[in-house]
Design a protein around this ligand. Sequence first.
Ligand SMILES: [Zn+2]
Length: 339
Amino acid sequence: MRRRSIKRLPKAHLHLHLEGSARPETIKEFAALEGMDVGDGVFSNLPEFIVVYAKTAQTIRRPENLKRVCRELVEDEAAQGVWWSEPMGVPQYYWERLKLPVDEVYAIMQEGFAEGTKATGTEVGMMAGINRNFGVDGLFGVNTVQVAEFAARNKGNGVVSFGIAGDERIPPDPFKPAFDVAHEAGLLVVPHAGETMGPGSVWSAIQTSRPNRLAHGVRAIEDLDLLKYLRDNQITCDVAPTSNLMLGVANDIELHQLPKLLDAGVPVTINTDDQTFFGMLLCDEYKLVRDTFGLSDYELAGMAKVSALASGAPEATKQRILQGIDDWLASEPDEDGVG
Ligand SMILES: [Zn+2]
């Protein structure tokens, strides 16, 4: 059966981390330059993965290299048919490595994104975020409320959302004041939840942060009331299938939670999370779920539409993506598919 090209499908990419989306060869080059050892990169669960991730991020130690990672991210997104990208970045982490104030770090990131946008047309809005592993007091004297204030200050200047990542065993409750600052500023609030810790972590994220979207959220399928809540309130789950497989959230792609979320009417998007480590680009992820679950082009287009609608993109960009998706559906199937 012939199918439409997934690369040609216009989409927004909403759940990806800046350093976890860097090209592996770029990171190797940085590690050699800095004389650093990034280790064997082996992990089998989320806590181990966080350690591997930190080693990679530590190789970005010069302004020009941070800018390059940002520019290459946009170029790579464009190559996957991404029209709007929403990477999570934490400028505060670069204080120690670059010895620059947060606003200067952010300006470097913006330059990199802007160069990528100029070259490709793919637009970027950053999700400023915090890592709960570093606690409410954060890193380098920058607490989580200050990160949220940075995000709020830069709404309209490239920041569109506020996220929280890290080990879900650490409850989100102490971070509530930071979420309140983000809501007050009109940013989208997007906590990681429902990945390793089950429905309870989603309920506590809902109570604490009033999320617009959830990064992952897949384990919501274990609680029918929660599924109904996500559907009724149209809280989007930014699902990353290969990440879930590699971190043991789903034991097998055939057993992945995606179909149950879709069947329940929960808005779902497809994402990579950390392609540097998981080895799957965004079109690979779409193809994986298409071929595993026999999804039609209309169903793929539906998830791509959700990605545009649930994003922090300007209204005009959303409309452009939605039109592009309709044009894609109206086009002739042009590839030999397996679905
Ligand atoms: Zn993530």
